[in-house]
Design a protein around this ligand. Structure first.
Ligand SMILES: [Zn+2]
Length: 124
C-alpha cells in the first residue's frame, strides 16, 4: 500500500470516528423527563428507552474501537493485513469498510462457521 493510500484511509477513519463520537454523544444525551412520574406507562417506556440507548452505545463503542485499532495499525505499518491469515486485504474491502480487520476470504469463512455453529445448536 502506498503512503498516499494510507493517508487517505487514515483521514477516512478519523472522519468516521469523529462522526461516530458525535452520534454516540447525541444518543447518550439525557432527556428532560420532567416531573410527572406518576404515570406508570411512561416510566416503563423510559426504562426501555434507556435500555435501547445502552445497546446503541455498545455498538458505537465497538465501531470506535475498531477504528482505533485500524489507526493504530496505520502507525505500526500493519494496516490492510488480515488479522486471521496475515494476507493483504483488498483495497475494495477497505474502501467500503476502512476499519475492516479481516480479508474477504476470512470474513466469509467466519460467517460460514457461524452459520454452521448455529445449525449444530438448533439440531442438537
Ligand atoms: Zn484473511
Amino acid at each position: 500500500m502506498t503512503k498516499e493510500e494510507l493517508k487517505k484511509y487514515q483521514e477516512k477513519l478519523e472522519k468516521e470516528k469523529v462522526r461516530l463520537l458525535k452520534e454516540a454523544k447525541a444518543q447518550s444525551q439525557p432527556e428532560d423527563f420532567g416531573d410527572d412520574t406518576d404515570h406508570f406507562d411512561e416510566e416503563s417506556d423510559e426504562a426501555e428507552e434507556i435500555g435501547n440507548r445502552l445497546a446503541i452505545s455498545r455498538v458505537f463503542k465497538d465501531r470506535i474501537n475498531d477504528i482505533d485499532l485500524a489507526l493504530n495499525k496505520i502507525k505500526t505499518g500493519k494496516y490492510g493485513i488480515c488479522e486471521q491469515c496475515q494476507s493483504e486485504i483488498f483495497g475494495k474491502v477497505l474502501s467500503i469498510v476502512p476499519a475492516s480487520r479481516l480479508c474477504q476470504k476470512c470474513k466469509i469463512k467466519n460467517t460460514l462457521k457461524k452459520i454452521g455453529d448455529k445449525f449444530k445448536i438448533t439440531r442438537a
